[in-house]
Design a binder for this molecule. Structure first.
Ligand code: CMP
Length: 140
């Protein structure tokens, strides 16, 4: 297995409820290392661009409103098989389908306010990391 990097976003529903530390603990307990981290407020343009692949979906407008409704924590996670491991730790997109002990099972409020985002594949991970971070911001 290769050491990979993936992008994580702790979403506004989770920052609002002061869950950042509990979510980070789940990443670290799974062996993922936080190699970059920043708390920011997304602009409408940034949220629209980041989720551009979903532009035609019925939930797009609401998703952009939600993602700009409060601060988010963008992070680069690093570790063996990090992309798949992060998706395992997050659980299914819809918390109703998420496995016990996953972030979304424990913390998500709904399919939209689902507490975390994680890159879904190697190419997406590289693009999403560079959406927020330069290589100079990342420290293993
Ligand atoms: P995320 O993994 O960040 O990717 C797209 C986001 O759209 C998703 O998590 C949810 O926050 C949101 N979303 C809202 N409704 C849906 C839906 N029906 N299917 C998938 N994602 C949805």
């Amino acid at each position: 297995m290769a050491v990979e990097r993936t992008l994580s976003i702790i979403k506004p529903d989770a920052t609002r409820r002061n869950l950042t530390g509990k979510i980070v603990a789940k990443f670290e307990d799974a062996g993922l290392r936080i190699v970059a981290s920043r708390r920011i407020r997304l602009s409408k343009g940034q949220a629209e661009a980041f989720y551009g692949v979903h532009r035609e979906r019925p939930f797009f407008k609401s998703l952009v409103e939600f993602m700009t409704s409060g601060p988010v924590v963008v992070q680069v996670l690093e570790g063996e098989n990090a992309i798949a491991k992060n998706r395992e730790v997050m659980g299914a997109t819809n918390p109703a389908n998420a496995a016990p002990g996953t972030i979304r099972k424990d913390f998500a409020e709904s399919i939209e306010a689902n507490s975390v985002h994680g890159s879904d594949a190697a190419e997406t991970a590289a693009n999403e990391i560079h959406f927020f971070f330069s290589d100079l911001d990342i420290h293993s």
